[in-house]
Structure formats: C-alpha cells, structure tokens
Design a protein around this ligand. Structure first.
Ligand SMILES: [Zn+2]
Ligand SMILES: [Zn+2]
Length: 398
C-alpha cells in the first residue's frame, strides 16, 4: 500500500473528501493497494523482511486523509513521490545482502526508521543529531539518496538498509512487538521532561501514545502524581488501570478541575477568558491541537514545562503569553532517541522492548482490533471512529 503524492490527486481528494469520505479510497485518491513483484535487494547492505503484523499509527491516518496545511514547515521539505504506509510492523528477515553482518534469515525484527539518516546512508561523518544518537533529527534527512527502501508495513514485505531495523527480544509476542515504535516514542517524550519527585503531571489525550506515556512517566518517576485527560469513559477507566492517579474528562470544565487538583487560583476576565496562577508542574499534550495546546499552556504553573507530543500539521492560533508572562517552557518531542539508562546510552527502541518484557509497559489492552489488509477501508474507519468502535490500536495481519 502506498500514497502517490501527485499534487492533482492530493488537491482533488482534499476537496472531494470534505463532502464524501469515500474520496480518500477512490481511484482518484493518492492511496493505492497493488500487487508488486518483489524488487531485487538494491545494495549489499539491504535486507528483505516478510511482515507478520503492522499497527496503524496516527501519522498513517494523517497522511492517508491528506491532513496537512500547505503552509507548515515540514511541507517545504522535498519528499518522495511515493510514501509506503505502515511503520509499526513486526516481521521476519527472509533475505540479507552480502555485507549484512548483524542480521540473519529468520531474525524477527521491527522497523527502526525511515533510512534517511547519516548511518543509514553509510556516511563516515555524522551530523550533530546523528552523532548524539537522535537520528530522527538528522540534518541530511531530505538530501537525495542513492538507494531506495521499497515497501512498508501495509504489505507483505519490504526492503530496507539493515541499519534501519531492530531485532525483537524472544520473550515478546508479535502483538507486543508492534508496540516497540510507539513505546520508543512515548519513552522519548517522557525523557524530554522527566518529573521530579512529588511533582504533578498532566497527560492530555488517551490514545495509544497517551496510555504508553502514562506508563513511561511512572517507570521513570514512581513518586509523581499523574492526571490523565480522556475523551471517553472507557479511556478513563483504562488510564486508571495503567497507572494514572486521577482522570478528568475533556468535556469537563478543565480550569475548575485543574484549579482544585493543583490548588491553583482561577481568574476570569472579559469574554470568559480564563487564566490560572498555579497549575501542573509538567503537561504533556498528546493531542496537539489549538484547543489542547492553549489549555496546556494555561494549566501549567509558572516556570513549568509543556511538551507537545501530538502530531498536528496545521498552523494554530495560540495565546503564547504564558510562555513569557509565566515563563512556561514549551518543548517538542518527535520520534525516538538514545538516552542514558543505568549508566549506559541505550536506544529508546531497546528500552521499549525491555520495559515491555519487564512489565513496565503493558500493551496487551491497547491492541483492540485486527483486520486483513484487503479490509483496509473498514480498518481505517474503525481506527478513526473511536467513539463507536472503542478502538485504541488497530493492526493488519499480513
Ligand atoms: Zn508511529
Ligand atoms: Zn545525520
């Protein structure tokens, strides 16, 4: 399955999609599910992987529903004409290039990245981001490559440089392994602002990443108070089960709730414009839209930190005065990283697997639906319509 990023298809689908959901799956849309012959391994560093299971990520849905402003920063970067969907996969190595030494046929693997960073390019010299291990921020990511990974997780197989794969611990099931990437993302996000002992932490948004973030924060700081904001009752229930001390609902009056939970003072100005003095020490916005980010900035105490974790490819109208008037720090988090753990540098991908194995990250309750790839329309509909389907993670069996 791939997206053909032809501008005419994108524009047409965007217009039609406003009135007809089927436009995103129509023949005129960017989305294609086709039979392709297995391409030959492009280089001696390549590996072929046969997929077994692949989760649908929110970012897959954003791309599929062409949900991005044309005036936001990443859109200025060159991109491939073709995007293969699906990166939360687990599969088996079925062929290795002559120079591959770290992987063998039969190894169970997950996909680590897009293979556009310095290491995947085999560069002798690393950019500053790659040097410190945060390969997602590679400065060379948009430069042309002389090799091409082909295929993604929404298909039976793909080829990619070996350096963009990670082996799966034998103790993990396939159903756990597909959470390696989202767990690595949640761990990295928690690392952007690890709570101090006794601090009050707010996590807005209980989708897959929200549930994982609550657990990652707890693993890093057992002595903190975590409040989750959920949209549906069943999300609230699961948030409590997975370690949130306290939950309130998105439809409640957040200012009143945050005021009482953190002993902050709520002030109301003209036009019901409200402001808190006091609030949470740290707020993670896992939704990342205008409403949640405006709230996050106002619900965080002076000198506290807000981490944007949610993906939103649109310009927003924000009141940024809390940043200077209250010295609230606004931080971003993208992808995975290398962190210092137990005295050694470790990829959050490896940490994700260890924490799943050791029970610090419980992912079993998060996989709610699986579909065959041919039923992709239904799978995407279920992934989006959480109110009716109660979906958290939807995956394709391959
Ligand atoms: Zn993802
Ligand atoms: Zn780099």
């Amino acid at each position: 399955m791939y997206l053909d990023l032809d501008p005419a298809r994108i524009v047409l689908t965007r217009v039609l999609g406003k009135v007809w959901r089927g436009a995103y799956f129509a023949r005129t849309s960017p989305l294609h599910l086709v039979e392709m012959a297995d391409p030959p391994l492009d280089s001696a560093e390549f590996v072929r992987v046969r997929n077994r299971l692949c989760g649908i990520c929110g970012s897959d849905l954003h791309q599929l529903f062409v949900d991005a402003g044309l005036d936001v920063a990443p859109v200025a970067l060159p991109s491939n004409e073709r995007i293969y969907l699906g990166h939360e996969m687990v599969g088996e190595v079925v062929e290795v290039g002559a120079n591959v030494i770290n992987f063998q046929v039969g190894d169970r693997v997950v996909r680590w990245g897009r293979a556009d960073d310095c290491l995947a390019r085999g560069s002798a010299e690393l950019c500053p981001a790659c040097k410190r291990g945060h390969r997602v921020l590679c400065q060379r990511a948009s430069e042309p490559r002389d090799f091409k990974p082909v295929g993604g997780g929404f298909g039976d197989s793909f080829i990619t440089p070996a350096s963009s794969l990670v082996k799966v611990l034998p103790e993990l099931s396939d159903e756990q392994a597909i959470f390696t990437e989202p767990c690595a993302v949640a761990i990295h996000a928690a690392w952007r602002r690890i709570p101090n002992p006794g601090e009050k932490v707010l996590v807005i948004g209980m989708g897959t990443i929200g549930f994982l973030l609550v657990q990652a924060i707890r693993a890093l700081q057992p002595d903190c108070l975590i409040t989750a904001v959920a949209q549906f009752d069943w999300q609230a229930e699961l948030a409590r089960e997975l370690g949130a001390d306290d939950v309130f609902m998105a439809h409640e009056d957040g200012y009143a709730v945050v005021g009482s939970r953190t002993n902050a003072q709520v002030y109301t100005g003209r036009g019901n414009n409200r402001m808190l003095l006091g609030g949470y020490d740290v707020t993670f916005d896992v939704v990342g839209i205008e409403a949640t980010l405006n709230n996050a900035l106002r619900w965080t105490r002076a000198g506290g930190d807000v981490v944007i974790v949610g993906v939103n490819l649109h310009r927003m109208k924000l009141d940024v005065t809390p940043i200077w008037y209250q010295e609230v720090n606004l931080l971003g988090a993208i992808g995975h990283d290398v962190v210092e753990w137990a005295g050694e540098p470790v990829s959050t991908f490896d940490l994700a697997q260890r924490w799943m194995r050791d029970g610090l990250l419980r992912v079993e309750p998060l996989l709610t639906h699986t579909f065959a790839l041919d039923d992709y329309r239904e799978a995407f509909a279920v992934a989006i319509d959480k109110a009716n389907s109660r979906s958290i993670k939807v995956a394709f069996t391959l």
